[in-house]
Design a binder for this molecule. Structure first.
Ligand SMILES: Cc1cc2nc3c(=O)[nH]c(=O)nc-3n(C[C@H](O)[C@H](O)[C@H](O)COP(=O)(O)OP(=O)(O)OC[C@H]3O[C@@H](n4cnc5c(N)ncnc54)[C@H](O)[C@@H]3O)c2cc1C
Length: 382
C-alpha cells in the first residue's frame, strides 16, 4: 500500500493552496497570450519550488521524486504550463547532480536551485526524434573549447533559457557511441533560436528550433564527454529521464484530476430532463470509470517514483506508469469535456484548454509506442 507521510501531506496541501488560489484563475492568460508565466515563475522561485530535488548542499530542498512530483501534480491540476516549469527544474539538475564535475555543480546547480538559471534540453533533431541516437550535432575540440555545429528542434523554453543542455556527437561515431552532453551559454555567438508557431497547448512554454553555427563551449562546461568507443554519455543520463518521464505521467494525472473536478462540480448543477447530470446513471458510470483509471495511474506513478527514492529505479515500471497515466489522461479529459456538452467546446471553459494541454504528454519524454517497445523488450528479455 502506497501512503504519504505527514510531511508529504502538508507539502501537497501547501502546493494545492498555492495552485488553487494563485495559479488557477490566471492559467487562461498564458494560453490566450502565449506569454511565459513570469509571475508564477517569480512565486515558485520565492517559495523554493524551483530547486525541490536539488541537494541542500547546492541550495535546493533535497527532496525525493515522490515529494517533488506531489507539487507538480497539484499545479498541473490547474495550469500545465506552470507545472512544466517545476518539472523542468527537476530534469537537468538531476543529470548534472549524477554526471557532472564538482565545478559544474558548484557553478550552476546553486543558481538553478535559486531559480536564477533556466536550462533547456536540446536533444531532439529533425532526423533524430524517437531514434535519439541518430543525432548529428557535432562537438569538435579546438584548444580549450569545443566547437558545436548542428540543429535542434522542439526545444521547450528554448527562447527563455539561460543555458542549453546540448547533446552532441564527439568524434567520428554512429549510434549511441560518441554521444556526450555540454552546457552552453544561451547568449553564445553563433546560436539562432526560432520559436515554433501555432502551438496546440501549454502555450506559455515555447518550443524552438535552435541552430548552432560554430558555437564555442569551454571544455569545463562538458557534462559528459562523448567517447566514440562507448555509449556511456548516452546511457548515463537515461536513468534520470526514466524518472522524469514518470513525472510526465504525474503531470497527466494532475490534468486528469483537474478536469474530473470541473466535470463533477458542473454535473451537480446542470439539469436536463428535469434531473441533474450527476443523477444520470450513464454519466455516473463514466465518472466511476474515470475514477478507476485515475486511481490506477496514481498508484503506478507513485510506485515508480518511490522506487527511485529507494535507490531501486525500475525502467520497466517507469515506462508502464508513463504510458498508463498519459493515455488515461487523454481519454479522461475528453470524457470530462463531454459532460459539459456544447459549453465545453469554447475557450471560456478551462476544460477546452486542458484537452489541448494534455495532448503533448503521450509524445514528449518518449512516445507511447517507444515506451511499449521498451516494455516489450523487457518482457521478452528472459
Ligand atoms: C510539446 C513538446 C515538447 C518537447 N520538448 C522537447 C525538449 O524540451 N527537448 C527535446 O530534445 N525534445 C523535445 N520534444 C521532442 C520529443 O521528445 C519528440 O517529439 C519525440 O521524441 C518524438 O520524436 P518525433 O517528434 O521526431 O517523432 P518520430 O520519432 O518521427 O515518431 C513519429 C511516430 O512514429 C512512432 N514511432 C517512431 N519510432 C517507432 C518505433 N520504433 N516503433 C513504433 N513506433 C515508432 C512514434 O511513436 C510516433 O507516433 C518535445 C516535443 C513536443 C511535442
Amino acid at each position: 500500500m502506497f501512503e504519504l507521510n505527514e510531511q508529504q501531506c502538508s507539502m501537497r496541501d501547501a502546493a494545492r493552496k498555492l495552485a488553487q488560489t494563485e495559479f488557477k484563475d490566471k492559467a487562461h492568460i498564458w494560453d490566450d497570450t502565449g506569454d511565459f508565466p513570469y509571475e508564477n515563475h517569480a512565486r515558485l522561485k520565492e517559495l523554493g519550488y524551483l530547486g525541490l530535488s536539488i541537494d541542500e548542499k547546492y541550495g535546493g530542498s533535497g527532496l525525493g521524486m515522490v515529494d517533488t512530483y506531489l507539487v507538480v501534480e497539484e499545479i498541473a491540476k490547474v495550469c500545465m504550463t506552470t507545472a512544466l516549469l517545476v518539472h523542468d527544474q527537476n530534469v537537468i539538475p538531476g543529470i548534472i547532480a549524477r554526471c557532472a564535475s564538482e565545478d559544474i555543480k558548484e557553478k550552476y546547480l546553486k543558481r538553478v536551485a535559486q531559480g536564477e538559471l533556466h536550462c533547456s534540453i536540446c536533444w531532439t533533431e529533425p532526423e533524430a526524434g524517437s531514434d535519439a541516437t541518430a543525432l548529428r550535432t557535432t562537438a569538435v575540440r579546438d584548444g580549450g573549447d569545443y566547437i558545436i555545429n548542428g540543429q535542434k528542434v522542439f526545444t521547450s523554453f528554448g527562447d527563455h533559457a539561460d543555458m542549453h543542455f546540448v547533446y552532441a556527437r564527439f568524434g567520428e561515431s554512429k549510434g549511441a557511441k560518441g554521444i556526450g552532453v555540454l552546457l552552453m551559454d544561451a547568449k553564445s555567438e553563433g546560436i539562432t533560436v526560432q520559436t515554433l508557431p501555432k502551438k496546440m497547448g501549454t502555450r506559455g512554454c515555447h518550443e524552438c528550433e535552435i541552430f548552432f553555427d560554430n558555437v564555442r563551449v569551454p571544455v569545463e562546461n562538458v557534462v559528459i564527454e562523448g567517447d566514440p568507443k562507448s555509449s556511456a554519455g548516452f546511457v548515463k543520463p537515461l536513468m534520470v529521464y526514466n524518472g522524469t518521464r514518470v513525472g510526465m505521467g504525474v503531470m497527466a494525472l494532475g490534468v486528469a484530476e483537474g478536469a474530473f473536478d470541473l466535470a463533477r462540480d458542473y454535473m451537480k448543477t446542470r439539469k436536463q430532463f428535469g434531473q441533474r447530470l450527476a443523477d444520470m446513471q450513464g454519466l455516473q458510470w463514466m465518472m466511476a470509470d474515470m475514477a478507476i483509471q485515475i486511481e490506477s495511474a496514481r498508484l503506478l506513478c507513485y510506485q515508480a517514483l518511490a522506487l527511485f527514492d529507494q535507490g531501486a529505479p525500475n525502467p520497466y515500471l517507469s515506462s508502464i506508469a508513463k504510458v498508463q497515466a498519459t493515455e488515461m489522461a487523454q481519454k479522461v479529459v475528453h470524457d470530462c469535456q463531454q459532460m459539459f456538452g456544447g459549453y465545453g467546446y469554447f475557450g471560456i471553459n478551462p476544460i477546452e484548454r486542458m484537452v489541448r494541454d494534455v495532448r503533448m504528454l503521450t509524445i514528449t519524454g518518449g512516445t507511447t509506442q517507444v515506451q511499449k517497445n521498451s516494455i516489450a523488450r523487457h518482457i521478452f528479455s528472459n
